[in-house]
Design a protein around this ligand. Structure first.
Ligand SMILES: Cc1cc2nc3c(=O)[nH]c(=O)nc-3n(C[C@H](O)[C@H](O)[C@H](O)COP(=O)(O)OP(=O)(O)OC[C@H]3O[C@@H](n4cnc5c(N)ncnc54)[C@H](O)[C@@H]3O)c2cc1C
Length: 216
């Protein structure tokens, strides 16, 4: 993906979710003097790399590339953050694959958010009042605008607003809402080439625990 391709206006082409193995740490100078970004790096609306939209592997390739080029940019290198500045170089440059004290990538953010969203359906009333439905509708509308991975948010909003109306939130009660959220999650699973979840089991996964007792 070239830097010129990676503009917010070209977002549909921007989010191919290449497998991590496809990410490249090599940098490449383009004819116009711009630098090719490593595969999988998504730009934010301000044109800077969006960490929350990018996998940890692609992000590491980006920071390696910036370091290799001796870049002094403040936005893409963790070594320029105030907290990193006080740390030994070895610690800030050789991060292991998984650490739990680093900013989330698109996957960690997604996992945590799905936990929150499905838990929201699990605690939703079996039969929701008009007021509860209205509050949840407002929440989903705002959520779909503010979700920090903006490309994810755009796709989620577009899915909800499908012209036939078939993807509108179903909020009459827990069963409907839980199934709707499962379908929303499956839409993302499909987009990413992941296995779909059988929505008949959403409640065992997120509310009651599995019938075989493994969660008891
Ligand atoms: C609104 C939203 C939009 C997103 N859009 C993108 C995107 O465009 N591109 C991108 O790279 N990432 C996106 N993500 C993140 C992505 O969905 C995953 O969270 C991330 O890839 C990590 O996936 P995972 O395999 O760990 O499991 P996750 O997909 O995070 O799922 C967590 C757990 O939920 C359960 N589960 C899975 N599917 C379902 C389901 N349908 N119903 C109920 N439970 C289920 C499983 O037990 C699974 O282990 C988005 C996340 C959210 C919340």
């Amino acid at each position: 993906m070239s830097a010129s391709e990676a503009q917010p206006s070209a977002q549909k082409h921007l989010f191919p979710h290449q497998p991590h193995a496809a990410a490249s740490s090599s940098s490449e100078k383009l004819e116009d003097g711009m630098t090719k970004l490593p595969n999988g790096v998504i730009l934010d609306k301000d044109g800077k790399p969006c960490r929350l939209c990018t996998s940890a592997a692609s992000w590491r390739n980006l920071t390696r590339q910036a370091k290799a080029q001796g870049a002094t940019s403040t936005s893409t290198s963790s070594s320029t953050s105030p907290s990193a500045a006080s740390k030994p170089v070895a610690e800030s440059t050789s991060l292991p694959q998984t650490r739990d004290d680093c900013p989330p990538d698109v996957e960690a953010l997604g996992r945590s958010t799905w936990t929150f969203l499905h838990s929201l359906t699990a605690s939703y009333p079996a039969k929701a009042s008009q007021e509860q439905q209205g509050e949840m509708r407002t929440f989903l509308k705002i959520f779909s605008r503010l979700y920090p991975c903006w490309v994810c948010a755009d796709d989620f909003r577009t899915w909800m607003a499908e012209p036939s109306g078939r993807n509108e939130p179903r909020l009459s009660g827990r069963a409907d809402f839980g199934t709707w959220m499962c379908e929303a999650h499956n839409e993302v699973n499909r987009k990413l080439g992941k296995k779909e979840f059988d929505c008949r089991f959403w409640e065992e996964r997120w509310r009651t625990g599995w019938k075989d007792g493994r969660c008891d």
